[in-house]
Design a protein around this ligand. Structure first.
Ligand code: COA
Length: 262
C-alpha cells in the first residue's frame, strides 16, 4: 500500500482517494503522479465504485508539482522532460475523463497543478481557507499542462489575469469563477463531499456517465444541425437502453429503479 495515497471504498460505492503527503503539502512528484493515475484508472473500472471523492490530508489540498523534483529534471534531456511532463498531462486527462462522477473535497490551499486537479473534478466543495494560485510564473515556469482544464473552467479572461499575475484568489472568488461549487466550513468539507456523492447513487450510473460526456462534448460547440442530430441520437440511444427502460418503468410503477440499493 502506498504511503502517498489512501483509497477507501465504502459499502455504498463511494470511493475516497486521499492524497497523503501532508509534510510536502501534497505536492506531486513522479511517484505520486503515477500512483494517482493508476488509482483513478482502477477506480473508474472497479465494479463496486459508483462515485469518486478526491480529498487531501493536512493543511493544504495540494502545492502542485514537486519543485524539488522539477529542479532535478533540469539535468535530464529535453526528450526526458517532455516524457515526464506528459505523465502529469496524462493524470489530468484521466481525472477529467473519468466516466464516474468526481467530487473534490478541497480543505485547504491549492497551487499550480493543485488548481488543475480541482478544475478536473465535476463538483467541488471548498473550505474558506482554500486559497488558490497559479504561481508558476513566480518560479519562472508556466501552468502549461493544466491550462486546458483551468481555462475551460474559469474562462479565458480570468485565466489571462491569474496565469500572468500569480495572485492568490480566495474560495469566494473561485466560487464566482465556477472553479468551486460550494463553500463549507473546513471540518465539514469531506462530509459534505461524501454526502453529496451518496446522493448521486439515486441516479442511473450509465446515464450519469453519458450525461457527463454530453456536457463535455456539447460545451463550446456551435449549435447547428450536426450538433442537434448528435444530441437527438444520444437521447434516442439512452431511452431504449436497459437503464433508460428500467428508469422509466420504475417511475411509472412507482418503485425505486434497480440501481438504488434499498
Ligand atoms: N514542492 C516541493 N516541496 C514543497 C512544495 C512543492 N510544491 N510546497 C511546499 N513544499 C515543502 C517546502 O519546501 C517545505 O519543505 P522543508 O520542510 O523541507 O523546508 C515543506 O513543504 C513545508 O512548506 P513550508 O513552505 O515551510 O510551509 P508553509 O505552510 O509556510 O507554506 C506553501 C506552504 C504551500 C504556501 C508554500 O510551501 C509554497 O508556496 N509552496 C509552493 C507552492 C507552489 O508554488 N506550487 C506550484 C508549483 S508549479
Amino acid at each position: 500500500m502506498s504511503t502517498n495515497l489512501t483509497i477507501d471504498i465504502a459499502a455504498n460505492g463511494v470511493a475516497t482517494l486521499t492524497m497523503n503527503r501532508a509534510e510536502r503539502h501534497n505536492a506531486f512528484d513522479d511517484h505520486l503522479i503515477e500512483e494517482m493515475t493508476e488509482a483513478l484508472l482502477t477506480l473508474d473500472k472497479h465494479a463496486d465504485v459508483r462515485v469518486v471523492v478526491l480529498a487531501a490530508a493536512g493543511k493544504s489540498f495540494s502545492a502542485g508539482a514537486d519543485l524539488g523534483w522539477m529542479k532535478r529534471m533540469a539535468s535530464y534531456s529535453e526528450a526526458e522532460n517532455l516524457a515526464d511532463a506528459k505523465k502529469l498531462a496524462h493524470l489530468m486527462h484521466v481525472l477529467d475523463k473519468m466516466s464516474k462522477p468526481t467530487v473534490g473535497a478541497v480543505q485547504g490551499p491549492a497551487y499550480g497543478g493543485g488548481v488543475g486537479l480541482v478544475a478536473c473534478c465535476d463538483m467541488v466543495f471548498a473550505a474558506p481557507e482554500a486559497m488558490f494560485a497559479l504561481t508558476e510564473v513566480k518560479l519562472g515556469l508556466i501552468p502549461a499542462v493544466i491550462s486546458p482544464y483551468v481555462v475551460r473552467k474559469i474562462g479565458a479572461s480570468h485565466a489571462r489575469r491569474y496565469f500572468i499575475s500569480a495572485e492568490r484568489f480566495d474560495a469566494k472568488a473561485a466560487l464566482a469563477f465556477g472553479l468551486v461549487h460550494e463553500i463549507v466550513p473546513r471540518d465539514e468539507v469531506l462530509v459534505a463531499a461524501t454526502s453529496w456523492a451518496a446522493q448521486l447513487l439515486n441516479n442511473g450510473p450509465q446515464s450519469m456517465a453519458a450525461a457527463k460526456k454530453l456536457a463535455a462534448d456539447v460545451a463550446d460547440r456551435p449549435i447547428c444541425d450536426e450538433l442537434n442530430h448528435d444530441c437527438a441520437q444520444r437521447i434516442a440511444t439512452q431511452r431504449v437502453s436497459a437503464e433508460g427502460q428500467e428508469g422509466l418503468t420504475a417511475f411509472l410503477e412507482k418503485r425505486a429503479p434497480n440501481w438504488v440499493k434499498q
